[in-house]
Design a protein around this ligand. Sequence first.
Ligand code: CA
Length: 238
Amino acid sequence: MNGNTPTILVVEDESSIASFVSLYLKNAGYTVKTAASGSEALAQVAEREPALIVLDLMLPDIDGIEVCRRIRQESDVPILMLTARDEDIDKIIGLEVGADDYLTKPFNPRELVARIKSVLRRATPDRREHDNEEIWHGDLHVDSGRREVKVGDEEIQLAPKEFDLLWELLDHRGLVLTRDQLLERVWGYTFAGDTRTVDVHVRQVRRKLGDASPIVTVWGVGYKVSPAPQSQKEAAAS
Ligand code: CA
């Protein structure tokens, strides 16, 4: 009946916000389901996987972080988290729950729709135009087809946006990319977004890759990739 319009699950216990968001998304052409608690959200996701989930952080039973974590054990469905406070965004990213994007309340509903469109566009199977490319950088090996990152023989788990950010920088070796450019290329924003998102993700990538991280800060400009160092194997052979 709904044809091919993507279904969005809105998880929010405050009914005024839930109905406002639902109305806006319906007007934007989406089919909308709602859930007023974490357990209801998990049940709905299991029953019929939505195209995207808008997930509020503060819920009456299971909080949004835990809901996100449980969904991620089963599914790669895109998740956009809503938070009441700015600091919660650092928390969500720091806890690595695997959300695709974040918005702080109060938000402009047009921005919500823009972000949803962008996340859905990125989540389609042809999300990367450079399928099956591989890049080596010292001991770091990144395979964009498998979306796999290894340091030596050890596989490193990156969240989707962390992977895209790392790939974007490696794919532009020798160039400095500004935070705005990275926002646009990795997150797909066509308007001025929050560039702090870029910094937080860079921090996560560096923490996970340790000494193998190729990302260099260019103060006042943005980020670039360092020249490729010799790998451990090459060093051992020479
Ligand atoms: Ca809430």
